[in-house]
Structures are given as structure tokens and as C-alpha cells.
Ligand binder design. Structure first.
Ligand code: IPD
Length: 310
């Protein structure tokens, strides 16, 4: 019911706040920015390959969130990145049952390298749709949250999107003045036509070619790769990024961001840029697709920088 969902949202917000503090504390211990006596460089271990990493922080935060959820909502399913990596018996990660989908530390490589683009990500999914999202990036002082039908917010008070542009950047006409974001992911098989090869090509196309195709000599303002799919989606919801895509992410990388972006009025679908997004219909997003394309919300007025919707 509505009340249940509002309660779930409140609970997720509290969880996100506490987990963010855990993340902040762990990072401060690592950098020595604390009075705590033991300052240790945190070890990381490999999972599937040399860029698929986990730290003690990922595991501690997931264990905390899981224990809180299973004691408050014992009937709900739980899908967490680290629990899954340790061998989940579930074949279908998300089904119609009420499910919590967690990434305790999205942007693990950033965390290990002291690049502040990392966050805790908590989603509640009902009937296979992400309906509550909480993303806490404590070192950026950014806390994103949403509840279906109640809006999406930055730091609980600022409605998203923050940056408004009247025309949605539909891929066919988007390029001039847009900022694209895409991730390298973890699949680095560098064979001809392999994943990495296609990604590099897409990055180059986005930065150069597409800008020329609008017939006005417009150029893409920038191409970014943050290292956190969750934050990418949050920045599309803010309106800072116009388009984001990644091939190869998991449900926990995107569920909270999808909830927030959809509630902010943005679109998320599955498509392959840049070659065929122009002709792809904007399907309803299916969790589990591994490949996602997100488009920022359209606003009512031009933003202050004078960026034009195309
Ligand atoms: C990863 C990050 C990265 C994306 C990968 C994700 P993790 O999540 O979101 O940006 O490219 O696909 O798996 O491992 O840092 O939680």
C-alpha cells in the first residue's frame, strides 16, 4: 500500500544515511584523516578478474544493510552485490516478489584509488520495478532519494532535475551541447569487435562524429566516465549528464539510479549507442538486461548556461 511504500522509503533513507557514515569512516581510516589509532591501507581482493574488486568495506556495509533489512522485512528478498558474488543460489535475481537490491559500495575501484566518486546504493523493487532509490555519496555531500509518486530529491530538499532543458536529448538530435557519460565496465576482452573495442569506438563517435551530424556544426560538450554506474544515473536525474549508457552492469549497479531517474522524469531503456539508438524504440526497462541507456528529464525552461535543447 501507499503507507507501506512510504515506510519502506523512510527506512531506506535511514539505512542509506548510516551506511554512508560507515563508508566515510572507512575511507577516513584509509587516508589517515582521523584520530583513530590504527590506520591501515585497505586490502582488496579480486573477484571475477583483475578489475573486479572487493574490499572489507564493501562486505561490512553489505552485512550491515542486510541484517537491518532481514530483521525489519523478513519476508522480502535480498540481492546484494557481495552476497551474490559469494554464491547466490538464486537463478533469477529479480522477480515479482518485494526485493531489496543493494550495492554497498558502487565505484569500488574509485574507492581503492581515492577518487571520490563512490557511493552506497539501495533500491526497493516491487513487481520487478525499482520503486524506491537511495544513493549516498558521502564525500560529495550528495544524497539522492526517491519514492514512486513522491518525486526525487538531492539532499532530501532539492527536487530533481536541478538543471532543466526543455527538450529531451533524444539520441537522434541530442548531440550539440550534450554531455555523455559511459563506463568502461569490467569486461576488458580486447579482441576485434569485443566489448572493449566497441566501447572505445562508441566513445570516439560520441565525442566527435555525432556532434557533426546535427547539421549545425554543434559539438558534444563532453564525454565522461566516472567509474560508478549508480552515480551516472543520479547525474542524469540531476540533468548534469544528458545521456549515459553502459553494457555489462548488474542490477545492483542500476536499480536505485533507475528509481531516482524515472521519478525525476527521465528515461531509461536498453539500447546500443550510438549506431542504433536513433531507431530503437524507448522500451520499458527490464532489470537484468546488462545494457542500459539513460536519458535526462526534459525541463520547462532553458538552464542558466544557455544550453539549447536540440
Ligand atoms: C561497477 C561500477 C562501474 C561499472 C561496472 C560496475 P562496483 O560497480 O559501477 O562504473 O562500469 O559495470 O560493476 O564494482 O564498483 O560496485
Amino acid at each position: 500500500s501507499r503507507d507501506d511504500l512510504d515506510d519502506i522509503h523512510k527506512f531506506a533513507v535511514q539505512l542509506g544515511k548510516y551506511a554512508g557514515q560507515m563508508l566515510m569512516q572507512a575511507a577516513r581510516l584509509r587516508t589517515g584523516d582521523t584520530a583513530a589509532p590504527q590506520q591501515q591501507q585497505q586490502e582488496h581482493v579480486q573477484k571475477a578478474n583483475a578489475v573486479d574488486l572487493v574490499t572489507e568495506t564493501d562486505e561490512n556495509i553489505e552485512a550491515y544493510i542486510k541484517s537491518q533489512i532481514t530483521s525489519k522485512y523478513p519476508a522480502h528478498n535480498f540481492v546484494g552485490e557481495e552476497s551474490y558474488s559469494k554464491g547466490s543460489s538464486r537463478e533469477y535475481l529479480i522477480d515479482d516478489a518485494p526485493t531489496w537490491c543493494i550495492d554497498p559500495l558502487d565505484g569500488t575501484v574509485n574507492y581503492i584509488h581515492l577518487f571520490p566518486m563512490y557511493c552506497v546504493s539501495i533500491a526497493f523493487i516491487y513487481k520487478s520495478k525499482p520503486v524506491v532509490g537511495v544513493i549516498n555519496a558521502p564525500f560529495l555531500n550528495q544524497f539522492f532519494s526517491s519514492c514512486a509518486g513522491r518525486g526525487a530529491f538531492l539532499n532530501e530538499t532539492q527536487p530533481l532535475p536541478l538543471i532543466r532543458n526543455p527538450v529531451p536529448p533524444m539520441p537522434a538530435k541530442a548531440p550539440s551541447g550534450c554531455v555523455f557519460s559511459c563506463e568502461w565496465g569490467k569486461d576488458r576482452k580486447d579482441i576485434p569487435d569485443g566489448n572493449l573495442h566497441r566501447k572505445v569506438e562508441s566513445f570516439v563517435n560520441m565525442a566527435a562524429e555525432i556532434g557533426g551530424r546535427d547539421g549545425k556544426g554543434g559539438m558534444v560538450h563532453g564525454v565522461r566516465s566516472l567509474g560508478s554506474a549508480t552515480l551516472d544515473l543520479a547525474y542524469v536525474a540531476m540533468g548534469s549528464f544528458d545521456i549515459w549508457w553502459e553494457a555489462g552492469c548488474w542490477e545492483w549497479d542500476v536499480a536505485a539510479g533507475i528509481a531516482i531517474l524515472q521519478e525525476a522524469g527521465g528515461l531509461v531503456t536498453t539500447a546500443n549507442p550510438p549506431e542504433n539508438i536513433e531507431t530503437s524504440p524507448i522500451d520499458e526497462v527490464r532489470l537484468g538486461s546488462r545494457l542500459y541507456l539513460a536519458i535526462r528529464p526534459a525541463g520547462e525552461s532553458k538552464d542558466e548556461t544557455g544550453r539549447q535543447g536540440q
